[in-house]
Design a protein around this ligand. Structure first.
Ligand code: CFM
Ligand code: HCA
Length: 542
């Protein structure tokens, strides 16, 4: 079994909290969880709560979650950012969600950044006129199937009604136009943006067409797979080989019509639970399409997910074909692993990413014989950590669920993924539903630290104390960590690499991580003239 180095995690937690004012320390301490066993535990972690102002959080905003994450990868919807240019510009092409727009006549607006570029004057006198003009201009230039409008913070503050503008322009132009109230400040993180995006896509697009885009015996949708670095292409390759039709992906490499007719699928497979469980629940309620959790990060996890899909359909031919595909794919994976594993075994990692990858990527590290010392999410909710999917009553109305659910989740009185069997039964009578789900905490080894909403100060402290061989996070963390002599793998954008999903992706990952944890360059980070100084001060120099 993988073991954590000889550091007392309670001491480590004290060290992380030592410099905070008492009130902040008390709050943060509830967001730091130490594993006491190697398996599932009954304690709670505090998550999905506001970051204390002044702390340099890793989080992003609600607009980023709505526009960038959920809608971003759909190629033929024109996404107009209503706001000052920065929001549109900084969310332009940074996420590496790839798209296959090679089909003749395929529309692809992903390379463009559409924005109303609001100026002081628009803030003072209102920006609705400018928004209408922008929609008209985009329509005249591209004649798209649909236009989405995304509100940024100032839009909410001055009170522009993007929904009224959307309705008016929809009537005028005769295409689907819809607005999102996804002002950056709307929630505590990106997560609120996912919810806002999903609700609207569900009510405005899903089920609006009965014309199938694809046909097949086993039709599935992949929910929460965003085709970062081409992951969705690899997943599609594997599914196709098995004879499973990937009908719609939400939203990697997707089109408007994929969403519009996705209700014709037989099964929803949820990859990133955090960002999209809402759509899975709503489709189950409205169309009776069941959903299962899958994970295509890691070769073993991919095999397990294929088997889970085949078992769901229960077709003997499919079950046999899936086994054949796994048997065909695995030798190449095993050969790659045999090559690198002697060099990666015993190395240590830390993962602090978004709302699902900090968990999913531990699969790959386990395959490589590496131990995850500490991990956490930027914005996940308690169910992602603790492993039970909870659907409160107010979510059940398939057509009109709203953001209130976030408040339910933020209220520990109301929302407890680890509630007792008796309590669950009582809640079920009130219309609540529960689903067991693989959470991050049960999967982590004894003594591991699970930290929600990690910040720069704590990241530095963790590195000082544990000196991991690799740290996985995003672009904001990358260079400060590397200046401490620890390689950082971006698990958001993959640092220009990937795909990392599926069987071929696992091979890519083994090779990339092997190179990073075994490179000698990290020991040379410290400038020679500072050689006499203690370790890990180089971050203040470079
Ligand atoms: Fe889901 Fe994502 Fe993630 Fe996420 Fe994100 Fe992302 Fe992420 Mo960056 S949807 S929660 S909001 S898996 S953009 S593709 S990498 S933080 S861990
Ligand atoms: C987002 C997008 C992001 C940012 C990545 C990063 C992504 O949250 O707005 O911090 O490096 O994956 O592109 O998560």
């Amino acid at each position: 079994p993988l073991t954590i180095p000889d550091i007392d995690p309670e001491e480590a937690r004290k060290e992380l909290l030592a410099k905070y004012p008492p009130k902040v320390g008390r709050k943060r301490s509830q967001q730091i969880y130490i594993k006491e066993t190697d398996g599932a535990e009954d304690r709670e972690i505090m998550a999905n709560v506001r970051t204390v102002p002044g702390i340099i959080t890793m989080r992003g905003c609600t607009y980023a979650g709505c526009k960038g994450v959920i809608l971003g990868p759909t190629r033929d919807i024109i996404n107009i950012t209503h706001g000052p240019i920065g929001c549109g510009f900084y969310s332009w092409l940074t996420r590496r969600n790839q798209t296959d727009a090679s089909a003749p006549g395929a529309e692809n607006y992903i390379p463009y950044a559409f924005s109303t570029d609001m100026q002081d004057e628009d803030i003072i006198f209102g920006g609705e006129k400018k928004l209408k003009k922008a929609i008209q201009e985009a329509y005249d230039l591209f004649k798209p199937k649909a236009i989405a409008i995304f509100s940024t913070c100032p839009v909410g503050l001055i009170g522009d009604d993007v929904h009224a503008v959307a309705r008016e322009m929809k009537a005028l132009l005769g295409i689907n136009i819809f607005g999102f109230s996804c002002e950056g400040y709307k929630g505590v993180s990106q997560s609120a943006g996912h919810h806002i995006a999903n609700n609207k896509i569900f009510t405005e697009v899903v089920g609006t067409s009965d014309t199938p885009v694809r046909k097949g015996k086993f039709m599935i949708n992949m929910l929460g797979e965003y085709n970062i670095g081409g992951d969705a292409f690899e997943i599609e390759r594997i599914l196709e080989k098995c004879g499973i039709t990937l009908n719609a992906t939400f939203s990697g490499n997707s089109t408007y019509n994929d969403f519009a007719s996705c209700q014709l699928s037989d099964l929803n497979c949820v990859m990133c639970h955090r960002s999209i469980n809402y759509v899975a629940d709503m489709m189950e309620t409205k169309y009776g399409i069941p959903w299962i959790k899958v994970n295509f990060i890691g070769a073993n996890a991919s095999a397990k997910s294929l088997r889970r899909i085949a078992a769901h359909f229960g077709d003997p031919e499919l079950i046999k074909r899936v086994e054949e595909v796994i048997a065909e794919e695995m030798p190449e994976v095993e050969a790659a692993l045999a090559e690198i594993k002697p060099r990666t075994t015993g190395k240590t990692a830390m993962l602090f990413v978004g709302g699902s990858r900090a968990h999913h990527y531990q699969e790959l590290f386990r395959e490589m014989g590496m131990t995850t010392l500490a991990a956490g999410y930027e914005f996940a909710h308690r169910d992602d950590y603790e492993g039970r999917h909870v659907i409160p009553t107010i979510k059940v109305d398939a057509d009109s669920r709203n953001i209130e659910e976030l408040e339910v989740e933020a209220d520990p009185e109301n929302y407890n993924p680890r509630m007792s069997e008796a309590e669950m039964k009582a809640r079920e009578k009130d219309g609540w539903k529960f689903k067991e789900y693989e959470g991050l905490i049960p999967d982590m080894p004894k003594k591991a630290m699970i930290i929600d909403d990690l910040n720069q100060y704590e990241a530095d402290k963790l590195i000082e104390m544990y000196k991991p061989d690799i740290f996985c996070a995003g672009i904001k963390e990358k260079y400060s960590v590397q200046k401490m002599g620890v390689p950082l793998k971006q698990l958001h954008s993959y640092d220009y690499g990937g795909p990392y999903a599926g069987f071929k992706g696992a091979i890519n990952y083994y090779k990339d991580i092997d190179r990073m944890v075994n490179s000698k360059v990290w020991s040379k980070v410290k400038a020679p003239w500072r050689a006499s100084e203690p370790e890990l001060t180089a971050c203040f120099v470079a």
